[in-house]
Design a protein around this ligand. Sequence first.
Ligand code: HEC
Length: 268
Amino acid sequence: MRSVAVLGSLLALVVAGVASARTNHPAAAKATVITVTAGKPSEFAFTLSKSSKVPSGSVTFNVTNKGAVPHDFEICLTAAKAATANSCKGKVTPMLAKGKSASITVTLSKSGTYEFLCTVPGHAAAGMKGLLGIGVSASAAGSASGLPSGSTSSSGSTSSGSTSSGSTTSTSSGSTASAPTAPTSFPAGNATNGKSIFTGAGGCGGCHALAAAGTPAGDGPALDGTKLSVSTVESIVSTGGGGMPNFGTTLSAQQIADVATFVSQSSQ
Ligand code: HEC
């Protein structure tokens, strides 16, 4: 009987040991905590307190949405060379409304770069993604797409609106793959095509009410009655600002002209 009791307490010890090893990782593989801000420095970007040479092992992401629209944060669990995917298999936080926070913890034991992204349709495609380097530097592949605003944060790293080559299927004529820049001249637009861009996933209808598109009120101003000219809308869409995302590198010049023609005609 006595040996059974001893065995029992031994077992209890072992179980306790395993339990504490799980939460309190052994000193060798110290858990890393990374602060992630969604919606900063622009609506469709993340800022990470650390994204390069992160020690392998357990990584906790404390994510806060400082943007205006809901976002989440997914860390992809298979190493990737570039942040080109707009979806992946990984661990994701719950959807975070403006101002909300959540944490996720993953174990990344293999060195390499891992993509992170926002899973809201259209957000990763608009640039809301980047690379995390486990044991390696992420900067080379991460935010190196030559975006002018790439140097906003001094300590952390910023992934802002950069589209790596090959990541967008919708960009066609007139956009360069290596260093995307917003188009400055536009062909004649087609309002019918523009309507599908407006109402499509990741388009404009999620934020703007417009009777001709049948979209409800959102985070952006209602566009009915704004009497905007085609060229004004083209310039707003290609540069963004003030909570309005920048579509200059995610839509082609033709697509911007199409959507601007549709909005202008519908807003008179
Ligand atoms: C994430 C939400 C969001 C999306 C998506 C979005 N917008 Fe906006 N948009 C805004 C906000 C917010 C403003 C107001 C910006 C400001 O006040 O400076 C705005 C402003 C505008 C304006 C100026 C309105 C005015 O009265 O001056 C136009 C035009 C516009 N957006 C068109 C579009 C088009 C076209 C698309 C799709 C290609 C689009 N927006 C997608 C949020 C959005």
